[in-house]
Write a protein that binds this ligand. Structure first.
Ligand code: ATP
Ligand code: MG
Length: 335
C-alpha cells in the first residue's frame, strides 16, 4: 500500500513550530505519512497575494486529510475568516472538540472528558444577511438553521457517542428565546435522539449549560449544539482542562477532514519557542483515530500524558519553564 498523503498547512504565528512538533512525533511512531506542504493565511498572502491559493484548495480536496496550524485572517479590509471559508468550501459540517484532563496541568478540575460536537456551517456563522444600515447605526445578520443541517450534526454526535461507548449526549439550545432557529434545532435533535435509546439524552439551555460546565463539568459527556454556542462552549471546555494549548479540533465532512488547533496564531508568543504544541499533537491524534490508526494514537497520547504528569519539561502555560522544542523532545524520547 502506498503511503497516506497528508496535506499540511503550517499556518501563521506559532503555527509552524507546533505543526513541526506534531509531524516529528507522527514520524517517530512510524506512521509513514507523506506530507504535502501548502500555504494559507498571512504566510500565503505574503508569498502569493492570496489568503487561500487555489493550489492549497486543490491539495485539501485531493488528499482528503489535512493537518493545519492556526491561520491569521487580516482584520477588516473585507476579508472573511479563512477557517470559516474552508469549513464551508469543503462542507466540513462537524467540528469535534474533545477536552480531557491531564494530570500535571494547572486546571481546576480532574476527570473531565467532554467532546463538544459543534455544527460548523450554519447558524449565526452562515454569513447571510449581513447589512449595516443608517450610516452605521444599525447592523443585521441572519441565523440560518435547516432541518437537514441539524439532523446530520445530531446524528454525527450520537454515532460518535455509540462508537466511543459514551453514555450521554447533551443537546444545548436556546429554544425558549430563539424560537424559530434554536427551536428547529431542538425539535430535529429530539427526533434523532429518539432513534438512539441506548444513549441517554439531556436537553439544556445554553446559559444553564455554561453554569453547569463551570460548577459540575463531570456531568457532561458528549455535547451537541449549533455553531455559535459550540464555538463558545468549546473554549469554555478548553479552559476547564488547562487552556487553549490543550485544545484540538477536527472539522469533518462527508469525504474530507481538517485537523487543527482550536486556538489562533498567538502573535504575543510567536517566534519565542513558548507555545505548547499539545493542541496540534492532540489534533494529530484525532487524525490517527479518524484514519483507524488507534494504536499509534494511543501511543502518542500516553507519551504526552506522561510528559505533562512528570512536569519536568513542560511549557509555561502548563506551569513549566520549558520551550516548545524541549516539550516535543520529551515526547519523542518517550516514544
Ligand atoms: P488570533 O488572532 O490568531 O486568533 P489571538 O491573539 O486571538 O490570535 P490566540 O491564539 O487565540 O490569540 O490565543 C489567545 C491566548 O492564548 C494568547 O495569549 C496566546 O498566547 C495563548 N495561547 C494560544 N495558543 C497557545 C499555545 N499553543 N500555547 C501557549 N499559549 C497559547
Ligand atoms: Mg483568537
Amino acid at each position: 500500500m502506498s503511503a497516506q498523503i497528508i496535506t499540511v498547512i503550517k499556518g501563521d504565528g506559532i503555527g509552524p513550530s507546533i505543526v513541526d512538533a506534531a509531524t516529528a512525533i507522527l514520524d517517530k511512531v512510524g506512521c509513514n505519512f507523506q506530507y504535502e506542504y501548502v500555504d494559507a493565511g498571512l504566510t500565503a498572502l505574503e508569498k502569493t497575494g492570496e489568503l487561500l491559493p487555489q493550489a492549497t484548495l486543490d491539495a485539501i480536496a485531493r488528499n482528503k486529510i489535512t493537518l493545519k496550524g492556526p491561520l491569521t485572517t487580516p482584520v477588516g479590509e473585507g476579508f472573511t475568516s479563512i477557517n470559516v471559508t474552508l469549513r464551508k468550501k469543503f462542507n466540513l459540517y462537524s467540528n469535534v472538540r474533545p477536552v480531557i484532563s491531564f494530570k500535571g496541568t494547572k486546571a481546576r478540575y480532574d476527570n473531565i472528558d467532554i467532546i463538544t460536537v459543534r455544527e460548523n456551517t450554519e447558524g449565526m456563522y452562515s454569513g447571510a444577511g449581513q447589512v449595516v444600515k443608517n450610516d452605521g447605526e444599525l447592523a443585521e445578520a441572519m441565523s440560518i438553521v435547516t432541518r437537514e443541517g441539524s439532523a446530520r450534526i445530531v446524528e454525527f454526535a450520537f454515532e460518535l457517542a455509540r462508537r466511543e461507548q459514551r453514555k450521554k449526549v447533551t443537546i444545548v439550545h436556546k429554544a425558549n428565546i430563539l424560537k424559530s432557529t434554536s427551536g428547529l434545532f431542538l425539535k430535529t435533535a429530539r427526533e434523532v435522539a429518539a432513534r438512539y435509546p441506548d444513549i441517554q439524552t439531556v436537553e439544556m439551555i445554553v446559559d444553564n449549560a455554561c453554569m453547569q460546565l463551570v460548577m459540575n463539568p463531570q456531568q457532561f459527556d458528549v455535547i451537541v449544539t449549533t455553531n455559535l454556542f459550540g464555538d463558545i462552549l468549546s473554549d469554555l471546555c478548553a479552559g476547564l482542562v488547562g487552556g487553549l494549548g490543550m485544545a484540538p479540533g477536527a472539522n469533518i465532512g462527508k469525504d474530507c477532514a481538517i485537523f487543527e488547533a482550536v486556538h489562533g496564531s498567538a502573535p504575543d508568543i510567536a517566534g519565542k519557542n513558548l507555545a505548547n504544541p499539545s493542541s496540534v499533537i492532540l489534533a494529530s491524534i484525532q487524525m490517527l483515530e479518524y484514519l483507524g490508526m488507534k494504536d499509534k494514537a494511543q501511543q502518542i497520547l500516553a507519551a504526552v500524558t506522561d510528559v505533562i504528569a512528570t512536569g519536568d519539561r513542560t511549557t509555561r502555560d502548563l506551569g513549566g519553564t520549558h520551550g516548545t522544542t524541549d516539550f516535543t523532545q520529551a515526547v519523542l524520547e518517550r516514544l
